[in-house]
Design a protein around this ligand. Structure first.
Ligand code: HEM
Length: 143
């Protein structure tokens, strides 16, 4: 399907706006983003994905591998994020090929972003604190 760069950027922006509204509303994920500006991350992520999907290459920030060394991210957190992404793609009426490609791109970075243990986390600069927010749902599992 043909889409102009403007149409692609508009759609990706819409998906990311819906997506980050959900993340910033989530009782767990919102805690990971307390020090992050929602508008800035929405536009960074839009530039990144537009480029990765074949549109204009505007993104010049860190690679996903280098953007998260300080965050303790495991499979359960990944799954929550992915579920919101699937919802956002649907709610923005993204065509199937975009959704498929986008989820594939995300998953290509999964192994580089997930940590097996807290010891695998490190600050991006010397004094940066590690972000480790336990899954609030684990209380339910333990009961
Ligand atoms: C559960 C999974 C993820 C979580 C919790 C997460 C969380 C975050 C947070 C909190 C930031 C802001 C860091 C800061 O500026 O202080 C960030 C930045 C970023 N993330 Fe993620 N992320 C996840 C997965 C992904 C994936 C799958 C991708 C792309 C494939 C991605 C791409 C990026 C990019 C491009 C940035 C901006 C990098 C920069 O310039 O600093 N993230 N992420």
């Amino acid at each position: 399907m043909n889409m102009s760069d403007e149409e692609l950027t508009e759609l990706i922006t819409k998906v990311n706006e819906i997506f980050y509204d959900k993340l910033f509303d989530d009782p767990w994920l919102s805690q990971i983003f307390v020090d992050v500006d929602q508008d800035i991350i929405t536009s960074q992520q839009t530039d990144f994905i537009v480029g990765a999907l074949g549109g204009p290459q505007k993104y010049c920030g860190r690679s996903p591998k280098d953007a998260h060394p300080h965050i303790f991210i495991q499979e359960d957190m990944w799954d929550v994020r992915e579920a919101y992404m699937v919802e956002a793609l649907k709610e923005a009426n993204a065509p199937e090929w975009i959704s498929e490609k986008w989820l594939k791109i995300d998953n290509a970075f999964k192994a580089a972003i997930l940590k097996g243990s807290i010891d695998e986390c490190s600050g991006r600069y010397k004094s940066e604190e590690i972000i480790n927010i336990p899954n609030p749902n684990s209380f339910k599992k333990a009961a």
